[in-house]
Design a protein around this ligand. Structure first.
Ligand SMILES: [Mn+2]
Length: 276
C-alpha cells in the first residue's frame, strides 16, 4: 500500500465524531469542513520575532480553525527554544494544532540521541554544521535556567508528526513524499525531498510543503509559490534578511506574511516548475 492509500484508508476508518486525530505520525481528519479555516505555517528557523508578528496577523481561532506547522521550527536563527516553547504551549491549549517535523528537527533528534546538552557542543555532528549551533546555544541556555522545561521541549520534539491528511483534498508535509512508496519505507527520506517531489508529483490532492525556499526558484521572490501540479510551497526563506515566515489558508487560497503588508492576500496563480 502506498503512502496516499494508507492515509486515505486510515482517514476513512475514523469515527464520524473524531474531528482530528494522530496515529503513527499521521495527522488525520475525515472532513475538511470540520474547520472554518485550514492554515499552514512554513519554515520558522528560530525566528521568534517573525513568528509572533505573523501570528498576530492571522487572528487564529482555536475553536474553529485548524493550524498546521510544516516543520523546520529550529536552526539558523537564534530563538529556537522560544519558538519550540510557543508551539508546545499552543498545541497544549488548542484542540486543532498539528506540528510536523522537518529535516532540521530530525537532525536535532539524532544529535541528542548521541550527545548530551551537558557536554560541550560536538562540532563534528552534521546538525551543528547545518545551522544547529545557535539552536544548541538556545537549548543550553534553557537547560541552565530550567532543566525540567528543557526535558519537556525535547519530549515535544520526539512527539512531532510527519504528514497530515485533511479531508479528501489536502495533504501537508515538510518536504514531499514518494507517491508510489509505503509510508514506512520513506519515513526519514521524505523529509529531504526537493525537485524529485515538486517536479514529479501528479496526484489530485493539494500538497502543502515547506523545505525549499521560494528564493531557490527566483532570488527576489518572497510570496509563496503555487505549482500547476497542485503543490504549494510555503517556505519563504525565514532565515534570510529579506525573507519571511508565511501562513497559507488553503481553503480560501490566501496568505499572510511576517514582513511587509499586514493584510491577507490571494495566492498567486499556478505556474509550471522551473528551478533556478
Ligand atoms: Mn528549512
Amino acid at each position: 500500500m502506498n503512502i496516499i492509500e494508507e492515509l486515505d484508508k486510515r482517514r476513512r476508518r475514523l469515527s464520524p465524531k473524531t474531528r482530528l486525530t494522530s496515529e503513527n505520525g499521521m495527522v488525520l481528519a475525515q472532513d475538511s469542513n470540520a474547520f472554518r479555516r485550514i492554515l499552514a505555517i512554513g519554515d520558522i528557523h528560530g525566528s521568534y520575532s517573525r513568528l509572533m508578528r505573523l501570528f498576530d496577523r492571522i487572528d487564529f481561532c482555536p475553536q474553529e480553525d485548524l493550524l498546521i506547522f510544516l516543520g523546520d521550527i529550529v536552526d539558523r536563527g537564534s530563538e529556537s527554544a522560544e519558538c519550540l516553547r510557543f508551539l508546545m504551549d499552543l498545541q497544549e491549549e488548542s484542540p486543532a494544532v498539528a506540528v510536523l517535523t522537518g529535516n532540521h528537527e530530525a537532525m536535532l533528534m539524532d544529535y541528542f540521541e548521541k550527545n548530551s546538552i551537558r557536554e560541550p557542543m560536538n562540532t563534528n555532528h552534521g546538525w551543528i554544521t547545518s545551522g544547529g549551533a545557535p539552536t544548541y546555544e538556545s537549548l543550553r541556555a534553557l537547560y541552565d535556567v530550567d532543566a525540567h522545561l528543557y526535558r519537556d521541549v525535547l519530549g515535544f520534539l520526539l512527539s512531532l508528526d510527519h504528514i497530515a491528511a485533511i479531508g479528501e483534498e489536502f495533504l501537508f508535509t515538510h518536504a514531499g513524499f514518494y507517491p508510489g512508496a509505503s509510508y514506512e519505507k520513506q519515513y526519514d527520506s521524505m523529509l529531504w525531498l526537493r525537485e524529485e517531489f515538486l517536479r514529479d508529483y501528479t496526484g489530485d490532492k493539494t500538497v502543502v510543503v515547506g523545505h525549499t525556499p521560494v528564493q531557490c526558484f527566483d532570488r527576489r521572490r518572497r510570496a509563496p509559490l503555487v505549482f500547476s501540479n497542485g503543490v504549494i510551497d510555503c517556505d519563504t526563506g525565514s532565515f534570510l534578511p529579506d525573507g519571511a515566515i508565511t501562513c497559507v489558508d488553503v481553503k480560501a487560497r490566501t496568505f499572510w506574511q511576517s514582513e511587509g503588508e499586514k493584510e491577507e492576500r490571494p495566492l498567486p496563480p499556478p505556474i509550471p516548475i522551473a528551478l533556478a
